[in-house]
Ligand binder design. Structure first.
Ligand code: NOJ
Length: 498
């Protein structure tokens, strides 16, 4: 069957959080060279593309989502030459590279902002205001007010940390700068961009109070402003002007599926993350409704399924049991669309809840919005039986649990029943099925209400959300665990050919 489907439409994309992936320099923080050396592992895993979270020059006030130089690599992650070597090697192995673009805010260490504070020049590129009190009632997403003061008493807006001042997208230089940044990386051969806070960028020009409105509600003065779509139309034309199928996926939080759909109109972004499964409880009904809502929405043209990322509690811990994590993977890999995996989920890593306070680095923890996201960012265990588990020759920037020896790549590679072996089997099988399955699904009636099953062509995926085993019929292509007497265990799943 010949197909003209663009690669990203049904790709499996693996999110790399470079600081925690693999450290070649020995300073305790992952880097691009560490990642490059591990590329054979990722190609062997069977993913199609890597999405790298920010590695740009940054004080790391928010894990690199505070960019001081959009055209360079932070020394702790390496150099531009390391980046080029990484892209070249990845491409040789058939892996595409998507990088993060952070257009809503810069770092306070960005020359534009530091100069604005020091000399007053260029303040119009940000949102500066005078006044005795903060200009409005907006709150930072990480807790506390969204306004801070410069030493001379002016207020500036920051929807995240005070070290991430929001840019004023009504200023033409801001637009021009990001167009140039996109070209800079496209010229270095990246295959796509993940756009941070993609519904942000523009604010209502009057900066009115939010009042009782939800931050992301229709009509919010903070997010989802109509002007942003012109920017994405423009970016799309830049992407389309390059050879190959360059793409963009937006991190878009909206309250309504209709609003989400606006970002993936044919001349805008290629995809927008559908985060709904992140929020769905472990239940047949919730999963079915979530998927159906996503597919019904106009953004369902290019579905993206996500179980974990660097901002949420790892799904191994959300779902409680390992078998459920395997089943959830089988579920999303069988759906039409693309799947975004997060580093370490293939090892079944749990969230690390008990990090000592003094080790924590996430600004969410310090700004009072909860325990923060460090627990899903703990460096990966590669080999050995104790910290640093082959991640570094130094001291890992976050401590690793003492019982991760059984979860290392080295330990799991030897074990055909491990999570890693299971991921490899599932991803290999999905590759062989790619292009043979229709782009839609049909829900299947099942005698047991706690089983959720759907068909795509010859493939049936059935997940048992209940506790008790249930019977099934058909030839098993893949199972989340041992299949005894034609039964799917509680929390288990099967792919059947029938
Ligand atoms: C979303 C990113 O995924 C998150 O890690 C970051 O803190 C915020 N955007 C702000 O850039």
């Amino acid at each position: 069957m010949t197909t003209t489907t663009p690669w990203w439409r049904d790709a499996v994309v693996y999110e790399v959080y470079p600081r925690s992936f693999s450290d070649a320099s020995g300073d305790g923080e992952g880097d691009l060279e560490g990642l490059r050396r591990r590329l054979p592992y990722l190609s062997g895993l069977g993913v199609d593309a890597l999405w790298l979270t920010p590695f740009y020059t940054s004080p790391l006030a928010d894990g690199g989502y505070d960019v001081a130089d959009y055209r360079d690599v932070d020394p702790r992650f390496g150099t531009l030459a390391d980046f080029d070597a990484l892209v070249a090697d990845a491409h040789r192995l058939g892996l595409r590279i998507i990088i993060d673009i952070v257009p809503n805010h810069t770092s306070s260490a960005h020359p534009w902002f530091s100069e604005a504070v020091r000399t007053g020049e260029g303040r119009e590129r940000y949102h500066f205001r005078d006044g005795e009190t903060a200009p409005n009632d907006w709150r930072s997403n990480f807790g506390g007010p969204a306004w801070s003061r410069t030493p001379d008493g002016q207020w500036y807006l920051h929807l995240y940390t005070p070290d991430q001042p929001d840019l004023n997208w009504h200023h033409p230089e801001v637009r021009e700068e990001f167009e140039s940044v996109l070209r800079f990386w496209l010229d270095r051969d990246v295959d796509g961009f993940r756009i941070d806070v993609a519904a942000g960028l523009f604010k209502h020009p009057d900066l009115p109070d939010l009042g009782a409105l939800g931050t992301h509600a229709p009509g919010s003065p903070m997010y989802g402003r109509p002007e942003v779509h012109e920017i994405y139309r423009n970016w799309r034309s830049i992407l389309d002007s390059y050879p190959g199928e360059r793409m963009a996926v937006g991190e878009v939080w909206t309250e309504s599926p209709e609003d989400l759909a606006l970002y993936v109109r044919p001349d805008e972004l290629h995809q927008a993350f559908q985060f709904h499964l992140l929020l769905a409880p472990w239940s047949a009904r919730a999963f079915r409704e979530t998927v159906q809502t996503c597919l019904d929405s106009p953004s369902g043209r290019a579905p993206t399924w996500v179980l974990s990322n660097h901002d949420v509690i790892r799904h191994r811990s959300r779902y409680g049991a390992e078998e459920r994590s395997r089943s959830a993977l089988m579920f999303i890999l069988a759906l039409p669309g693309s799947a975004y995996l997060y580093q370490g989920e293939e090892l079944g890593l749990p969230e690390v809840f008990d990090l000592p306070d003094e080790a924590r680095q996430d600004p969410i923890f310090f700004q009072g919005k909860g325990i923060g996201r460090d627990g899903c960012r703990v460096p990966l265990p590669w080999s050995g039986t104790q910290q640093p588990y082959g991640f570094t020759t130094g001291k890992p920037w976050l401590p690793q649990p003492s019982d991760w020896g059984r979860l290392t790549v080295e330990a799991q590679e030897r074990d055909p029943s491990s999570m890693l072996s299971f991921y490899r089997r599932a991803l290999a099988l999905r590759r062989t099925l790619r292009g043979t399955l229709p782009p839609t699904l049909e829900w299947q009636e099942w005698p047991h209400p706690e089983v959720l099953a759907f068909r795509r062509g010859d493939l049936v995926c059935a997940v048992n959300f209940g506790e008790e085993p249930v019977e099934f019929q058909g030839d098993v292509l893949l199972a989340s665990g041992p299949v005894a007497e034609g039964r799917i265990a509680g929390g288990g799943a099967v792919w059947l050919r029938s």
